[in-house]
Write a protein that binds this ligand. Structure first.
Ligand code: NAP
Length: 304
């Protein structure tokens, strides 16, 4: 079966691309290995996506995006893409069970949370160390936790966890937050959170589960132990671009480089959302990327 557009990855970028592609009457397949929504699906409350006066839950928004794309004819298959042949007019997309052909491919595999790289981190993953506050926060009801990072994710996670936990430490390596002003205002008012400035985590203690962490003040070099039951790591993301390494042009940090039409260095191959090298990674910019990618995929299909 020949498709016009195959989209790899079902986050907001992928579903926006699917919506625009299907509505342009292109034969559209979206492949998603796990669950729809990507990182958005693990976000508790989204307050900055237009059209929702009241905050919307990320999982609910993902379901709506998927249903909307399907309503206009997108075929959605849950399967993992294991290889791509992107050169030439007709592209091949191989999954664990099947091989698909398409005139264009849109890459929207998103990004995943970066780890701290500390000894003990692997051993204690899921036993006190988490990379997803909305997934695991409820295990720490009335307990003390630390969130590491100073970006939107860390501050949002700290605000969210403060509604469940006894005490939340936000540990940040600098003396000012990277997060947007609205999130900062919220955390500065939050009485259950304490921001530990200029500090990095240097050790994690615990046999069966996390018992305490060691933090170092980077200005004074002094180390202190903090008793916490859980650590939420929010120190940025890494693009899911392994599949296309040596196939499309990547930035130094392994994000896919596109032009403003979202096209990669290979004709007919587009990228959109968090996997793309860009300045603002938000749901709205992912959706915008997806619409643009589909628009130019349609032009490409028409030209071959
Ligand atoms: P991010 O913006 O890259 O922030 C990562 C944070 O972790 C930074 O504060 C950084 O410190 C810190 N950090 C990085 N490496 C570290 C290390 N090894 N040790 C200690 N701290 C470290 O990542 P993010 O917060 O996950 O956000 C990713 C993207 O999604 C951003 O574009 C963000 O705007 C977007 N996002 C938006 C929302 C929203 O709009 N509500 C919510 C979540 C995410 P420095 O500040 O010193 O660099």
């Amino acid at each position: 079966m020949m498709y016009d557009v195959i989209i790899v990855g079902g986050g907001p970028a992928g579903f926006a691309a699917a919506l625009y592609s299907a509505r342009a009457n292109l034969k559209t397949l979206l492949l998603e290995k796990l669950f729809s929504g990507g990182q958005m699906a693990t976000t508790d409350l989204i307050e900055n996506y237009p059209g929702f006066e009241e905050p919307i839950n990320g999982f609910d928004l993902a379901v709506q995006m998927e249903n909307q794309a399907k309503k206009y004819g997108t075929e959605v298959v849950n399967d993992e893409v294991i290889d791509l042949e992107l050169e030439g007019k007709i592209k091949t997309v191989k999954t664990t069970g099947k091989e698909y052909k398409s005139k264009t491919v849109i890459l929207s595999m998103g990004a995943f949370p970066r780890e701290l790289g500390l000894p003990g981190e692997n051993r204690l993953k899921g036993r006190g160390i988490s990379y997803c506050a909305t997934c695991d926060g409820s295990f720490y009801r009335d307990l003390d936790v630390a969130v590491i990072g100073g970006g939107d994710t860390a501050v949002e996670d700290a605000n969210y966890l403060s509604r469940l936990c006894k005490k939340v430490y936000l540990i940040h390596r600098r003396d000012s937050l990277r997060a947007t002003k609205a999130l900062q205002d919220e955390i500065f008012k939050n009485k259950k959170t304490e921001i530990v400035w200029d500090s990095v985590i240097t050790g994690i203690d615990g046999d069966e589960s996390v018992e305490s962490i060691t933090i170092k003040n980077v200005k004074t070099d002094s180390e202190t132990k903090l008793k916490v039951d859980g650590i939420f790591v929010a120190v940025g993301t890494i693009p899911n671009s392994d599949l296309v390494k040596n196939k499309v042009r990547l930035s130094k940090s392994n994000y896919i480089i596109t032009d403003e039409r979202m096209e990669t260095n290979i004709p007919g191959v587009f990228a959109c959302g968090d996997i793309r090298e860009k300045v603002l990674r938000q749901i709205i910019t992912a959706a915008s990327d997806g619409a643009i990618a589909a628009f130019f995929a349609e032009k490409h299909v028409g030209s071959i």
